[in-house]
Design a protein around this ligand. Structure first.
Ligand SMILES: NC(=O)c1ccc[n+]([C@@H]2O[C@H](COP(=O)([O-])OP(=O)(O)OC[C@H]3O[C@@H](n4cnc5c(N)ncnc54)[C@H](O)[C@@H]3O)[C@@H](O)[C@H]2O)c1
Length: 314
């Protein structure tokens, strides 16, 4: 049986780290593609030359030609621009929408049975572009954000309580960004809700740090954004899909009435298996949580409407 294959679009920080994690975990062969000539080839060769030391036999190749990505089981979309000085959020939205549309059309044509994991920001809006451009069914288009956001929350919980990260679990809903909704009563250490283990003030501080976790890293790095934890998060999704684990992971999923939302990608817990999203897991929300979730969904809807307006105008 041929080994599974993952296409990683974008050989930048996130893309190259995804390629490394996926190959070194022995999950799949990896094809890295980028618009810049030499970049994916160079990074792939460097990663391949690490294989004898690390001890894996996955194939890693780099290309600028979508034909080389044919027959992939998963397509990870990381291509895009970072916001540059003088560029408005709307400019970035329109530019990345154009990039994601183009790369998804080309890669989906080569891998019509694949599953797309979107990473490019603004995440929830880019999921809509990927769904439309691929023509795939919604369970095969999944956004990576919640795994990263909950990993950040878990890190802060573990540091606060002085416990192993392995003893923690965190639950995060909503869009990726300022309006994300961490749920403390479903976030636990050793199975005990953190609401029993810390004061409300400390929980609020950790929630706030989680919400601004991406910006905290940008402020430190100054020349880029996070990529180690984002890549690890993508690899966990790839693992659950390729090994048909049906792990419950928070992901941006296209909702069809679940959580009272219709026709929108929003972060919710889903089961990820060999066919993509096999179930959206619904939980009861308290009034406060519901209000925060609705606000988050409204922010995503606004972003998608802005994108549609920009693309109609441009
Ligand atoms: N969803 C999340 O939680 C999350 C986390 C981290 C980063 N991100 C996003 O992921 C994206 C990538 O981040 P990064 O740090 O790797 O950026 P990066 O600048 O290091 O890499 C982006 C790569 O995309 C390539 N690219 C641009 N246009 C392309 C095209 N048309 N076809 C193929 N490749 C193209 C560039 O050449 C570059 O190599 C950004 O949009 C970032 O905001 C999202």
């Amino acid at each position: 049986m041929p080994r599974p294959q993952v296409t990683v679009i974008g050989a930048g920080n996130v893309g190259a780290s995804v390629a490394q994690r996926v190959a070194e975990a022995g999950l799949a062969d990896v094809v890295v593609i980028d618009i810049v000539e030499g970049l994916p080839q160079g990074k792939a060769l460097d990663l391949a030359e690490a294989a004898p030391v690390v001890g894996h036999d996955m194939k890693i190749s780099g290309t600028n030609d979508y034909a080389d990505t044919a027959g992939s089981d998963i397509i990870v979309v990381t291509s895009g621009l970072a916001r540059q000085p003088g560029m408005s959020r709307d400019d970035l939205l329109a530019k990345n929408a154009g990039i994601v549309r183009s790369v998804v059309q080309q890669s989906a044509a080569q891998s019509p049975g694949g599953i797309i994991i979107v990473v490019t920001n603004p995440l929830d809006a880019m999921c809509h572009v990927a769904l439309e451009a691929s023509g795939f069914t919604p369970e095969r288009v999944i956004g990576m954000a919640g795994v990263l956001d909950s990993a950040r929350f878990r890190t802060f919980i573990a540091q606060e309580l002085g416990v192993s990260v392995g003893s923690t679990h965190a639950f995060v809903l909503g869009g990726h960004g300022d309006t994300m909704v961490p749920l403390p009563r479903y976030s636990t250490a050793g199975g005990v809700p953190i609401t029993e283990l810390m004061s409300a003030e400390r929980i609020a501080a950790l929630v706030d740090r989680t919400r601004t976790g991406g910006a905290e890293i940008v402020a430190l790095l100054k020349t880029g954004s996070a990529y180690y934890a984002p890549a690890a998060s993508v690899a966990q999704m790839v693992d659950s899909i390729l090994n048909d684990r049906n792990a419950i992971l928070p992901c941006a999923a296209y909702l069809n009435g679940e959580y009272g939302v219709d026709g929108l990608f929003v972060g919710v817990p889903v089961k990820l298996g060999r066919t993509g999203i096999t179930q959206v897991v619904e939980i009861e929300l308290s009034d406060d949580e519901r209000a925060a979730f609705d606000k988050s969904a409204a922010a995503v809807r606004e972003l998608v409407e802005t994108m549609e307006r920009l693309s109609a105008a441009g």
